[in-house]
Design a protein around this ligand. Structure first.
Ligand code: ZN
Length: 285
């Protein structure tokens, strides 16, 4: 994928230096002082201690962006550039239909993160939270894409980002709210089927992004399409089973089969036409 030297988005929230979405309090004195202050303010000390972020030990080094490897910084640049490309494409697409796109924030984190949708660990993979309109990404998922799912390559990574952005587009279009409202009136099986349609549409939107980005700035290199299709194929729910109990994971619903994901991504990629992406009324998925 041709991305180097292009605009990087400023809508990146770098929380890699934090744990569980809160700043690391620092072991020892800082923690004790904080507990003291909270207790003086009337908090229950036992509860406070339970709420403290897990610390591997008193001498633990605080993680932070400053300690990121050059490879990781390069990856962050790639993410920011891909995000910028989705902004350009979706700003344009919304303008064309007389609408207005709201650019989402992409949160980079390590290990675990607090979102408006709840607490999540990196094990669930990247996800979008409609409540705060943010995409959450632990970049170590990109290693997994390669090592675990057999989908290496920068365009495979871009596809993952574009899919999550697709969920944001659904939110702005009012689709997410409609789906959420229907949830209470459906059986779990019906809702699961609806979730598949949501996921396949996000794949379609990822394809539309690639189509438009290619048209506007020729991002694709030989082999890129294959990388994207491989990723769509690899992380279908028949191969991706990563439910984590007790945590809110907005993107953990059924994604559709690998074959369905490839088909809808390809449809968006080939047509670039938003009208073709109504997975909700499609007879065949
Ligand atoms: Zn999804």
């Amino acid at each position: 994928m041709r991305w180097q030297g292009r605009r990087e988005s400023e809508n990146i929230e770098d929380r890699r230096g934090m744990r569980g979405g809160a700043m690391v309090v620092g072991g020892g004195i800082g923690t004790i002082l904080l507990i003291l202050v909270m207790v003086l303010l009337g908090a229950d000390p036992q509860q406070l201690i339970n709420q403290l972020p897990q610390q591997p030990g008193a001498g633990a080094q605080q993680e932070g962006p400053a300690e990121a490897s050059p490879q990781e910084e390069e990856l962050k640049k790639f993410v920011a550039t891909t995000l910028a490309s989705t902004e350009d494409v979706w700003n344009q697409l919304f303008q064309e239909t007389g609408g207005q796109y709201r650019e989402p924030i992409l949160v980079l984190f390590r290990g675990q993160v607090q979102s408006a949708c709840g607490f999540a660990s990196a094990a669930v993979g990247p996800f979008y939270c409609p409540a705060d309109e943010k995409v959450y990404l632990d970049m170590s998922f990109f290693d997994e894409l390669d090592s675990k799912f057999g989908a290496p390559g920068d365009f495979a990574q871009a596809y993952v980002i574009a899919h999550e952005i697709g969920h944001h587009v659904q939110k702005i279009m009012g689709i997410s709210d409609k789906v959420a409202a229907m949830r209470g009136r459906m059986s779990p099986e019906e809702y699961n089927q609806l979730s598949v349609r949501v996921e396949l549409q996000a794949d379609f939107f990822a394809g539309v992004w690639a189509h438009r980005a290619q048209k506007a700035s020729r991002i694709l290199e030989p082999g890129d399409i294959e990388e994207g299709l491989r990723a769509a194929n690899a992380i279908g729910d028949d191969r991706l089973q990563r439910q984590t109990r007790g945590q809110v994971v907005p993107d953990s619903f059924t994604h559709g089969t690998s074959e369905q994901r490839v088909r809808w991504f390809r449809k968006g990629l080939e047509t670039g036409d938003l009208k073709q992406g109504d997975t909700f009324n499609a007879r065949e998925l």
